[in-house]
Each structure stands twice: as structure tokens, then as C-alpha cells.
Design a protein around this ligand. Structure first.
Ligand code: COA
Ligand code: ZN
Length: 318
């Protein structure tokens, strides 16, 4: 006898997937994850110019900065000024990372309508990243989510080290599910499954995203990958096949976390956009204009940037 409730649920999910299958949303994190590791301070005007190049390329979600301690991440010391000087655009979602209530209050004061929290999967990673125990990190997140709900501010909560913790090793899928359950119950609008050090692999990625989407559906989840071990695109493809339609990526593959040894560049926005466009997904992002954004990022950082697509792309006759 077939399980009717389960069949109905599956049919519903299938309909949901097909209805939302074409459009993929990309959150550009180059200004935050991309720059936070950089020693040379980039001026607020330079950051605003990079932000403008993202907007020109059609990016609609941009993580601009973090309201963290200037001692912990000097690059983000201009967060208040930067956020307050963003262009007033109703169709672009600007967000900022906040590690605690003070960060949330600063972000709200600067006009943020969307913030990102971060909870790592292990004790050590939370200690090193935000100087909190795991319980403190969860409880502060619950408090910030409650405040944000009252203020009408949307919250994405990243689960840092969702696959591997740089200090404690491989993270079992159930551990991430338990944490996800708590964050969703607290009312976070979105959970960002983050492979902070780019240490996941296709099998582990499939297992986690499949477990997550079977339990809660894909709508409240996003995926955040780093390309440290050349897995970025394949992991994104796997998450996509599991129904995920929200991804973080960083222009030119800029990125890394100062508190996660081994965290190299993020999945490059241009690689992700190219793969999605080639596969028939809709991003509304102009690839040529992304290249202008890479040039701006190169000029500002003094680094040679670009995802895996770039050597081939630049060798083509246009
Ligand atoms: N923004 C600015 N300053 C902050 C702050 C915030 N969000 N939170 C705390 N501070 C200040 C306090 O006011 C205090 O300042 P004082 O020394 O002048 O009195 C000082 O920082 C220490 O406060 P405390 O609450 O004890 O913080 P902490 O030293 O335990 O540091 C964090 C905690 C979260 C503020 C710090 O670890 C941090 O900013 N980490 C950055 C994490 C990050 O960006 N990781 C990468 C992305 S995942
Ligand atoms: Zn990251």
C-alpha cells in the first residue's frame, strides 16, 4: 500500500521545483567575504565603486560589509559609513554580516533591511571566529532574530563549517540538521549552508542538501561554497539538483575567512553565472559587465583575479 501522504508531499515538491526551476538568485559576497582577509585597506569610495559595478552587472543581492569589531577585522572598520552611503535602490537587497547584538544595532542604525548571522558547527570554530561558545552563538542568534522580526529586518543565518570544521574535522549531517532545526524554529528567514574552507566533496554535499531539502524543502536555504579544492562548481551543481536556488559567490573568486585556516577564494561569481546560463537557468546577470566588475576588483586589490572560466573566455575572439 503506497504511502499517500508521502506521495502527495513528493508531488507537491516536484511542482514546487518545476515552478521555481528557472530562476537562480545570486548573493554577491565579494565586498564582505572577498575583502575581509585583505591586509591593504580599501577605501569606502573604492568599495562603493565595486558595489556600483555589481549593480551595473545586474546583481540584486549584495553582502556589503560586516558590523564586527574593527580590531578583529580592520577591513570592515568603515561599515557604518559604507552602508549609509549605498545608493537608494528598491530592487537591490544590500545586506551585512552581524556577529552579535551590537553589530545588529549598528546595521539597523545604518539602514540595513537584511542581515546575516553566523553560527559555526563546533565549539572551537565559534571561539576562534566570534569568541563565543557554541551555545552562546546560538542564543545570541536567537536574540538577534527576535529583534529583527520586530524591526522587519530579514535574517540569513550562515552555518559555518557545515561540512568540515577547520579545527575539529568532518561534521556529521545530523549535527547540521539539529542546528538548522533550532535556527528555523528561532525564525531565521534563510539558512546559509556554508563550506567555509572549501573542504566539502560531492558525496557529502549531496547527502547534506538532500537531507535538508527532504525535511524542509529548498526555499529557506542558500549555499555558500569556496573553491579551495576545485570543487566549487560541482558542489553548486549538486545543490542545484537538490532544489537550491540561492547561492553566494564572489567576484573573481576573491575571498577567505581570517579565522578559518585554509579558507581560500569563494566560488567565483563569473564561473557560477556562466554555468547557470549555459545550463538554461535564468540569473538576469550580464556576464560582460561582470568582467568589468572583476577589473574594478583587480584595480582596488592589486591582485590578479578571475574564476576558472577566465583563461578560456579571454582567449576567445569576441
Ligand atoms: N562591532 C563593533 N565593535 C564591537 C562589536 C561589534 N559588533 N561587538 C563588540 N565590539 C567591541 C566592544 O564594544 C568592545 O569594545 P571596547 O574594547 O572598546 O570596549 C570590544 O569589541 C570587545 O567586546 P566583546 O563583546 O568582549 O567582544 P569580543 O572581544 O568577544 O569579540 C566579536 C567578539 C564578535 C565582536 C569579534 O570576535 C568579531 O568582531 N569577530 C569578527 C568575526 C568575523 O568577521 N568573522 C569572519 C566572518 S564569518
Ligand atoms: Zn565564505
Amino acid at each position: 500500500m503506497p504511502n499517500c501522504a508521502l506521495l502527495k508531499q513528493l508531488a507537491k515538491r516536484r511542482i514546487l521545483y518545476s515552478a521555481m526551476s528557472e530562476k537562480v538568485f545570486i548573493n554577491e559576497v565579494g565586498l564582505r567575504d572577498g575583502l575581509q582577509n585583505l591586509d591593504t585597506f580599501i577605501s569606502s569610495d573604492g568599495k562603493l565603486a565595486l558595489c556600483r559595478s555589481f549593480i551595473d552587472a545586474g546583481l540584486k543581492e549584495i553582502e556589503v560589509t560586516s558590523f564586527v569589531s574593527h580590531k578583529a577585522v580592520p577591513q570592515m572598520s568603515d561599515a557604518d559609513r559604507l552602508f549609509s552611503n549605498l545608493p537608494d535602490l528598491s530592487d537591490v537587497d544590500f545586506s551585512a554580516l552581524v556577529p552579535n547584538i551590537k553589530g545588529y544595532e549598528r546595521a539597523r542604525e545604518a539602514g540595513a533591511k537584511r542581515v546575516a548571522l553566523v553560527v559555526a558547527t563546533t565549539e572551537t570554530f565559534n571561539q576562534r571566529n566570534i569568541n563565543m561558545t557554541f551555545s552562546e552563538a546560538v542564543s545570541i542568534s536567537e536574540k538577534v532574530i527576535a529583534l529583527a522580526q520586530v524591526d522587519g529586518v530579514r535574517v540569513r543565518t550562515y552555518i559555518s563549517g557545515s561540512f568540515v570544521c577547520p579545527y575539529e574535522g568532518i561534521i556529521p549531517v545530523n549535527q547540521v540538521l539539529d542546528l538548522t532545526e533550532r535556527l528555523l524554529a528561532a525564525g531565521t528567514d534563510e539558512v546559509g549552508i556554508a563550506d567555509t574552507t572549501g573542504a566539502s566533496n560531492p558525496a557529502h554535499c549531496q547527502k547534506l542538501f538532500s537531507a535538508v531539502t527532504q525535511r524542509w524543502g529548498p526555499e529557506r536555504f542558500s549555499a555558500h561554497f569556496h573553491d579551495t579544492r576545485a570543487m566549487g562548481l560541482v558542489l553548486a551543481w549538486i545543490a542545484l539538483q537538490e532544489g537550491i536556488r540561492r547561492f553566494d559567490s564572489s567576484i573573481g573568486g576573491l575571498g577567505g575567512c581570517p579565522f578559518a585556516p585554509g579558507a581560500a577564494g569563494n566560488l567565483a561569481t563569473e564561473d557560477l553565472v556562466f554555468m547557470l546560463n549555459q545550463s538554461g537557468y535564468k540569473t538576469d546577470i550580464n556576464f560582460d559587465r561582470l568582467l568589468l566588475a572583476i577589473a574594478t576588483a583587480e584595480q582596488l586589490t592589486g591582485k590578479s583575479l578571475g574564476g576558472r572560466i577566465m583563461p578560456w573566455w579571454t582567449s576567445q575572439d569576441k
